[in-house]
Design a protein around this ligand. Structure first.
Ligand SMILES: [Zn+2]
Length: 340
């Protein structure tokens, strides 16, 4: 894109190939990329992050290393890799403790770094990881951003345990569908909400224990009925807006709410009395650390979980792919096929 705006601002055109990698960098020839909501926010220019123009979007990708800087020793030419999307300044208190996603100078693919809707991408070698065994390039592009975000929310922050209950608001998006997969794998009881009966049916096929159509029923009341008035242990709400207060009221005493977005509005009404009197905890996060990414890779390999792929578009139809996401039609990840 050459400027911010609607889908019509996306162009399929030749851009310059990335130049020689710095000593700690590599160049990856991408086979696949995957879409995230952040791509749309970045296209619209509403994140507050200043993006150099012209710009290539895309935080997720997978491919093969074709160039390595002289100091790179963790990967080599010809390696098939998936990408951890964030890199920091390398010096601040966050970077020096492995949390460079919290660095104030953090650069993320498709944001301050050129992204993955392209044939080539240049990035630090330490952001390249071997693709988990048996995963296709489509799957390897589809999981990093949403799964590492989800991992931090559900495992590091909320500490969801086997036998606990989780309510996922708005099943269908990448983070929500990843949450369903991980939660079922670790043995949690999962309730999902959606305005679409079709998506609720799909969620049940992927293991959801209950589905509530929030257009037809009050999900907070429904959760109370399902749990004999107890409430759930954890709520994942990246919708907020009108939904937020209901999410809080669906929690059991001592419950945890995790959020990484506010698609329906970032300034919801909040009853603070419900938070303190019920001993609730609220965790906000975006992305996750390299260490969390490593834990996730190991989990993906051992559990054999594969990200749910909604659809695959050729790179040149990236605009149509973003339209599908903007209209909220997807269940799982939308992938771009870059090269064979
Ligand atoms: Zn830093």
């Amino acid at each position: 894109m050459h400027e911010h705006g609607g889908i019509e601002k996306l162009r399929y055109e030749d851009a310059e190939e990335p130049g020689l990698p710095a000593p700690n960098e590599v160049i990856v020839k991408l086979k696949t990329a995957a879409l995230n909501h952040i791509d749309i926010w970045n296209r619209l220019g509403v994140t507050g992050v200043v993006i150099p123009m012209p710009h290539i979007l895309g935080a997720d990708g997978a491919g093969v290393i074709v160039e390595v800087g002289e100091k790179v020793d963790n990967v080599k030419k010809g390696d098939a890799v998936c990408l951890y999307p964030a890199t920091g300044c390398g010096r601040c208190e966050f970077c020096s403790t492995g949390r460079d996603f919290m660095c104030i100078h953090v650069r993320v693919l498709g944001e301050r770094l050129e992204g993955t809707y392209a044939e080539y991408v240049k990035l630090p070698a330490e952001n390249c990881f071997p693709i988990p065994a048996m995963m296709s390039f489509e799957e390897a592009a589809a999981f990093p951003l949403v799964f590492v975000t989800l991992w931090r929310m559900l495992i590091t922050n909320a500490r969801l345990k086997p036998g606990e209950s989780l309510l996922i608001i708005g099943i269908g998006g990448g983070v929500a569908s990843a949450a369903l997969q991980v939660a079922k794998q670790i043995g949690a009881h999962v309730v999902v909400t959606s305005g679409s009966d079709e998506k609720l049916e799909l969620a049940k096929n992927w293991g959801a224990d209950h589905g509530v159509n929030h257009r037809k029923k009050d999900f907070a009341k429904e959760v109370r009925t399902l749990t004999e008035n107890r409430g759930v242990d954890v709520v994942l709400d990246c919708v907020a807006g009108e939904v937020w207060q209901k999410s809080l009221s669906a929690l059991a005493k001592g419950g945890r709410l995790v959020t990484c977005g506010a698609t329906a509005g970032g300034l919801p009404d909040t009853d603070l009395r419900a938070i303190f009197s019920n001993q609730l905890k609220i965790f906000g996060s975006t992305l996750g650390s390299r260490e969390e990414f490593r834990q996730l890779l190991s989990f993906m390999t051992l559990s054999r979980i594969r990200p749910i792929i909604d659809s695959v578009f050729p790179l040149k139809e990236g605009a149509a792919a973003q339209r599908r996401m903007e209209e909220g039609k997807q269940f799982g990840k939308i992938v771009l096929q870059v090269s064979d």
